[in-house]
Design a protein around this ligand. Structure first.
Ligand code: ADP
Ligand code: MG
Length: 283
């Protein structure tokens, strides 16, 4: 078990006329190795939820455990928490601040209190891992890089802390199709090499279907359902209620059904779809 959230509720500006309930009795368990997709309409509570997981937002009610770090304790070990949970916020490139890429990426590891040598090694590795050339970019200003490169530098700053859990809030937002593809490939690579557990918030249902093994659907501050992608994306009543789109593959399957072609399977990825069609043709 890497994350265990129980009965989590959260109200912004409680006790004022601006009070807004953002989370309403949410439960979620994440195991090491999971690739979790968090989906839901804007305002459904996704960002508020994940910001609890590294204590960017402090617990109001309910409980959260990240490995053995218990956030209900009076003084949880936030340093260890932030070394464990790497958080890539929305548009993380806006948070770049230092004069060189190397200094910027070093910021997180420095706060972990590592040796100079260890920091240098991690920074070099992180920059190379995100697909940039360390020697080429280390002394450059992050501000002179392209949009996609800036986002990579921001992600490098998080993975240089070697978090066992990596959380990304809409990491492909605002990128062109090629940039999106590259960032998704990077996240997959990071899951395989450095952060075994990944949680991603996304509005891209194709990306969620292709990559995630578990999906949590948020609506109105609640988790409506947690399940494998096929359990979510073929639940018509749920999707209608939460006003959610489905992956392209599911749309095609539904169109085929209307035309009288019933595969009898529930593919969500492209390769599952092709395999289903093959079996249908042979069968
Ligand atoms: P999502 O990430 O799914 O779009 P959020 O977690 O950002 O949802 O927002 C959940 C709810 O909390 C929304 O109703 C939103 O308006 C409200 N909210 C979010 N951030 C704040 C804030 N800083 N102050 C007040 N209300 C907020
Ligand atoms: Mg959000």
């Amino acid at each position: 078990m890497s994350i265990e959230v129980k009965d989590l509720s959260y109200v912004y500006s409680p006790g004022t006329p601006y009070a807004a309930t953002a989370l309403d009795h949410v439960d979620l368990t994440v195991s090491e190795g999971d690739f979790v997709g968090i989906i839901g309409k804007t305002g459904s509570g996704k960002s508020t939820f994940i910001q609890h997981l590294n204590a960017l937002i402090r617990l109001q009610s309910g409980s959260i455990k990240v490995y053995d770090i218990d956030l209900t304790e009076k003084k949880p070990d936030l340093k260890r928490l932030r070394g464990t949970v790497g958080m890539v916020m929305q548009y993380p490139e806006y948070q770049l601040f230092d004069e060189t890429v190397e200094k910027d990426v070093s910021y997180g590891p420095k706060n972990l209190g590592l040796s100079e040598e260890e920091i240098k090694g991690r920074v070099r590795e992180a920059i190379n891992l995100v697909g940039l050339d360390y020697e080429d970019v280390r002394d450059r200003s992050p501000f002179e890089l392209s949009g996609g490169q800036k986002r990579r530098v921001a992600i490098a700053g998080v993975i240089a802390m070697r978090p066992r859990i990596l959380i990304l809030d809409e990491p492909t937002a605002g990128l062109d199709p090629r940039g999106k593809k590259e960032i998704l490939a990077l996240v997959k690579r990071l899951k395989e090499t450095s952060s075994p557990t990944v949680i991603i918030i996304s509005h891209d249902m194709d990306a969620v279907a292709e990559n995630c093994d578990k999906v949590a659907l948020f609506s109105g501050g609640k988790i409506e359902k947690v399940g494998a992608p096929r359990e979510i994306f073929y639940d018509d009543e749920l999707l209608l209620r939460a006003e959610m789109d489905v992956p392209t593959v599911v749309k095609i399957v539904k169109e085929m059904e209307k035309k009288g072609v019933t595969l009898g399977e529930k593919p969500v990825t492209r390769s599952e779809f092709l395999a289903s069609v093959k079996r249908w043709r042979n069968g």
